[in-house]
Design a protein around this ligand. Structure first.
Ligand code: 0WD
Length: 253
């Protein structure tokens, strides 16, 4: 499905990362992939995960550093001369902002969450655009806390609202170049980032009880949706937020 397509994946921190599930779905379907990591701490994990893949591009990219973002796409240009898709699977907010009242969010926590979790999509899309010569697809990861109040999710919910809105504005700006931009709103999954939100266990339990499918989502199911969105099967879909949450979001009382 992705034969002859080149993609870059932001946000593989370890084997539990949603980005890693996306990578596996894309690799199984013939994609050529490059990866980025944030800081030396995560390089070792990524090196281990990509060890069997031959000469894979693994590039340092902390999105708060514009020079690293620019260099990332220069490396892609040098190696491939083009790019077909981007999977953006990164977010961050200081831990203390992910508990208690949203009202207590500091200016610093607010700006950090917005920069890393929302603005970075625009930053990366702008840098990717010139390489997407035959059109392309950009996919980001959101969560239900973007539209409804989720206890402790706080400033990350506000950042995810901005991310989903950015998806629509970017889809409009990039549509004439045949570049599509979509978000996946994934149900809760037990990853490193998710553990930063207090009471993740109770989120998982609630989904099992309330979602129509009576279970939580598997990372592979998010990965397969990303595969669909970066493939030509979704060629008329752009600006959307697609729920991969076992139906949780449709439920009222
Ligand atoms: O329940 C979940 N796990 C859900 C996650 C439900 C719905 C959405 N998501 C979203 C997250 O908000 C995020 O946008 O999916 C995306 C991926 O999250 P993940 O797979 O749950 O988390 P993780 O494996 O920790 O990957 C996120 C990574 C960071 O990991 P750590 O844990 O070290 O912060 O985002 C990266 C980093 O690799 N990251 C950055 N990358 C570049 N520059 C930066 C940065 N400044 N900060 C964090």
């Amino acid at each position: 499905m992705l034969k002859n397509k080149v993609g870059i994946i932001f946000g593989v921190a370890n084997k539990r990362s949603i980005a890693w599930a996306c990578a596996n779905s894309c690799l199984e379907n013939g994609a050529e992939l490059a990866f980025t990591y944030q800081g030396e701490r995560l390089k070792r994990n990524l090196d281990k995960l990509t060890a069997g893949m031959g000469d894979t591009l693994v590039i340092p990219c902390d999105v708060t550093n514009q020079a690293e973002v620019d260099r990332t796409f220069e490396e892609i240009d040098k190696r491939y001369g083009r790019l077909d898709f981007v999977i953006h699977s990164i977010a961050f907010a200081p831990r203390e902002a992910l508990e208690g009242e949203f009202l207590a969010t500091t200016r610093e926590a607010f700006l950090t969450a917005m920069e890393i979790s929302a603005f970075s999509l625009t930053q990366v899309s702008l840098a990717a655009m010139p390489l997407m010569k035959d059109g392309g697809s950009i996919v980001t990861m959101s969560y239900y806390g973007a539209e409804k109040v989720v206890k402790n999710y706080n400033v990350m919910g506000v950042a995810k609202s901005a991310l989903e809105s950015s998806t629509r504005y970017l889809a409009n700006d990039l549509g004439s170049r045949n570049i599509r931009v979509n978000a996946i709103s994934a149900g809760p999954i037990n990853t490193l980032s998710a553990r930063g939100v207090k009471n993740l266990g109770s989120f998982l339990k609630q989904v099992e009880e309330k979602a129509p499918l009576k279970r939580n989502v598997e990372p592979k199911e998010v990965g397969d949706t990303a595969l669909f969105l970066v493939s030509d099967l979704s060629s008329a879909i752009t600006g959307e937020t697609i729920y991969v949450d076992c139906g949780y979001n449709i439920m009222g009382i």
